[in-house]
Design a protein. Structure first.
Length: 199
């Protein structure tokens, strides 16, 4: 049986409040919403509260617009721009995009992490592992310092190695601005090296 790709809404018949969503499989998504609502664990707390107090019968599931996969999120965003009551995230997309945590929520997260035990606590590392970590951290610090200061030495072993490992830049914890500077430095240094070899 063909799956339905669409933008849908869950509407409260009493007050007209809505939840907007999009899916590539309408029937499966409706089942998922009903399961979480019945278990009391739906992501939309306001809709969960209404479901618990008013009951399942006051909610209807409706297809708002049929869509193709490539423009599904754009269609959903048009309806989210109308600010439906039950949606907590107002940007179409997976996960928590466009969702802002309240100060209280951020404080609860921060408090829950206090005293958290590191997964490495009590773990005995071999000397070889320790040496590798030391070299890795030292190399990253060295590269970050050179990127920030714009100091690149062809004679420096770490700089030369960093130029060769340009494709592995993701393993270095650099900010976007630092990555741009690093890329520019790589291009300049490679150009200088080629020029020197040619001379």
């Amino acid at each position: 049986m063909k799956t339905i790709i669409c933008v849908y809404q869950i509407r409260n018949l009493i007050n007209g409040d809505r939840y907007i969503g999009s899916t590539k499989n309408y029937k499966a998504r409706i089942r998922a919403h009903l399961n979480t609502l019945r278990k009391g664990i739906h992501a939309s707390k306001s809709m969960q509260n209404a479901f618990d107090s008013q009951g399942e019968k006051v909610f209807v599931f409706e297809i708002v617009e049929m869509a193709r996969t490539r423009n599904l999120l754009a269609c959903e965003q048009r309806y989210l721009d109308q600010h439906p009551t039950y949606n907590s995230a107002m940007i179409a997309g997976p996960g928590r995009r466009g969702m802002k945590n309240s100060y209280e929520h951020r404080a609860r997260i921060s408090h829950s992490l206090i005293g958290r035990i590191s997964p490495l606590k009590g773990k005995i590392l071999t000397q070889k592992h320790k040496d590798r970590l030391s070299v890795s951290v030292g190399k990253t610090k060295h590269v970050r310092w050179h990127v920030r200061k714009g100091l690149w030495s062809i004679d420096c072993e770490l700089c030369a190695r960093s130029l060769k490992e340009y494709s592995k830049l993701k393993c270095l914890t650099l900010t976007t601005a630092e990555r741009k500077r690093f890329r520019k430095s790589c291009e300049t240094s490679e150009y200088i090296q080629k020029s020197m070899r040619a001379a």
